[in-house]
Design a protein around this ligand. Structure first.
Ligand SMILES: Nc1ncnc2c1ncn2[C@@H]1O[C@H](COP(=O)(O)OP(=O)(O)OP(=O)(O)O)[C@@H](O)[C@H]1O
Ligand SMILES: [Mg+2]
Length: 356
């Protein structure tokens, strides 16, 4: 947020009709936000100033907002380790079971009010382990947290971090942890089992142990204001020592029929679905993930458009859902029957929720 001093300067320049100063101060506010990790807000402010500048043709004193915004962009070796994005996803875009939504909202509340907590020597929740089957919303949650907090999302590029060379992975992990201490953001270790698995990343057990120990050490030392999110659908592969390093272990599920319907209705909100027999459709979606259900809606919507139909029909939806289900490999029984996949992925994590 702009400081009172900046607001005062804005008002003064406005009262004096000093447009150039007004815009310069506005740019300073943008730079301030960029430094605080609010890259998206900084960019929006900068765009507004650019627009105002075009209209007024007033020159503005050059201030290095571009440069400050660019600060977020990983440079040098970090560029091969981190991928930057500014998600616009909101929590309201997600369909979540009430208990799960509460857990995620709790993180947001503590992040939004972190000043209040820190004043009393408390740290907001900021290290999260998300576990659950494919397509259940883990990556989407990381996006939604970044979107809600107006922070940049840095996704750790596993192929950049994990190398074949002894000791190098730990060194790269250190770079990532240094970056997240320097620049506030949401840092996502997706497919985390590659790092946190008992036999992670390499065939060399000794090296896997070293990587894991480095990660544990960096987590213990972390005093950053960033959110560190690890996501996996193989919780059973994770080393037990990891779980207590996270403030929360959040477990994701495949959608219930009610959630399936909610997801589909939201996805198809801009299409006519008045005649859809939802109980038939929900049954056809049994065992599928949120991702499958979303994709099936897209397919059905395309069919509706391309066939110039008057409405999205039950048949279109059931057909698309069956296609999603049938396209899953069934060899291990894991993907065809998503609920089995869920149980396999989540059983080891149960009972280890939260701090220990
Ligand atoms: N809870 C949800 N509510 C609404 N849509 C969802 C939800 N979960 C997933 N989706 C849809 O599915 C897509 C894929 O989800 P996401 O990438 O978050 O899954 P994931 O859990 O990270 O899967 P994986 O383990 O394969 O990485 C999302 O982009 C979104 O369209
Ligand atoms: Mg994911």
């Amino acid at each position: 947020m702009a400081t009172a001093r900046q607001i005062k300067a804005l008002l003064e320049s406005y009262a004096e009709g000093d447009e150039s100063r007004f815009l310069t101060v506005a740019m300073q506010v943008a730079a301030h936000e960029a430094r605080a990790g609010h890259g998206q807000l900084a960019l929006e402010l900068k765009e507004l100033v650019d627009k105002a500048r075009l209209r007024s043709s007033q020159p503005v004193r050059p201030i290095e907002v571009e440069q400050v915004v660019q600060l977020h962009k990983p440079q040098g070796e970090l560029a091969s380790l981190l991928q930057l994005s500014y998600p616009k996803t909101r929590l309201s875009d997600m369909v979540l079971a009430p208990a799960l939504r509460n857990q995620v909202e709790r993180v947001l509340i503590e992040q939004h009010q972190q000043g209040k907590l820190r004043e009393r020597g408390l740290a907001p929740r900021h290290k999260l382990l998300l576990v659950g089957p494919p397509g259940s919303g883990k990556t989407m949650t990381a996006n939604a947290l970044a979107g809600e907090l107006g922070l940049a999302l840095f996704t750790i590029k596993l192929d950049g971090v994990i190398t074949r060379f002894l000791g190098e992975t730990s060194a790269k992990l250190r770079l990532v942890f240094e970056a997240l201490a320097r620049t506030r953001g949401v840092y996502l270790f997706d497919e985390f089992d590659a790092i946190g698995g008992q036999r992670a990343a390499t065939n060399d057990i000794g090296e896997a142990r070293r990587i894991l120990n480095s990660f544990l050490q960096f987590m213990d030392e972390d005093a950053s204001e960033s959110l560190i999110i690890a996501a996996t659908n193989h919780a059973e592969l994770l080393d037990r020592a990891l779980f207590r390093r996270f403030d929360d272990v959040i477990e994701y599920d495949l959608p219930s029929r009610k959630m399936i319907e909610k997801t589909m209705r939201a996805r198809l909100a801009s299409f006519p679905t008045g005649g859809v027999n939802w109980s038939l459709v929900n049954r056809a979606a049994d065992g599928l993930s949120y991702a499958d259900v979303s994709r099936a809606c897209e397919e059905a919507a395309k069919e509706f458009v391309l066939t110039d139909s008057t409405e999205v029909s039950t048949e279109m939806l059931v057909g698309a859902l069956h296609a999603r289900g049938a396209s899953k490999p069934a060899s291990d029984g894991k993907l065809k029957d998503g609920r089995k996949a869920k149980r396999a992925a989540q059983a080891p994590a149960s009972g280890r929720r939260g701090r220990s």
